[in-house]
Design a protein around this ligand. Structure first.
Ligand code: FEO
Length: 170
């Protein structure tokens, strides 16, 4: 049985993953109506799906442990962006916030001696290392590219190569 404090914290994380999924869906939709950003569009649609999977994994865990996973109400994410750079800056900021939240959860699980939850969360710890690294790499590349249109063209063409292969995760 989950302790109340752990259940509440896990449900907050459910909300955060749902917000991530929404935020990346909005980025995908914005990218889709920009000319020539097919790669970025696909990247964020997939990223959004992945965040939904992170949310589902938490929901299933909370319920499996005798808690109650609450499907959260969500506020509208940022839906328009001044530039491609702004999209990826937001992506990185978001992933850093998620990592901080996971770290707090891990700390709480240890403090409450909930070793099952601590063990469960290790998957998220590894995932966040990967996601933050990906977001930083893409920001670094965009910084190199600046406003150069052919650079943006190549960035968009190659972006999916940077995503970890689906089979290599989970
Ligand atoms: Fe599930 Fe990218 O945080």
């Amino acid at each position: 049985m989950l302790q109340k404090s752990i259940q509440e914290a896990l449900n907050k994380q459910v909300e955060m993953e749902a917000e991530s999924s929404q935020a990346y869906l909005a980025m995908a939709s914005w990218a889709e109506i920009q000319p020539g950003l097919d790669g970025v569009t696909e990247f964020f649609y997939q990223q959004s799906n992945e965040e939904r999977m992170h949310m589902l994994k938490l929901i299933r865990y909370i319920n499996e442990r005798g808690g109650f996973a609450v499907v959260p109400e969500l506020k509208q994410p940022i839906i328009t962006f001044q530039s491609l750079q702004r999209v990826f800056e937001e992506f990185l900021k978001h992933e850093i916030r998620v990592s901080e939240s996971i770290n707090e959860l891990v700390g709480l699980a240890l403090m409450e001696k909930d070793f099952a939850t601590h063990n469960f969360l290790q998957w998220y710890v590894s995932e966040q290392i990967e996601e933050e690294h990906l977001a930083r790499t893409l920001n670094d590349k965009l910084e190199l590219v600046g406003d150069d249109k052919s650079g943006i063209y190549l960035f968009d063409r190659d972006i999916m190569l940077f995503r970890p292969k689906e089979g290599g995760k989970k």
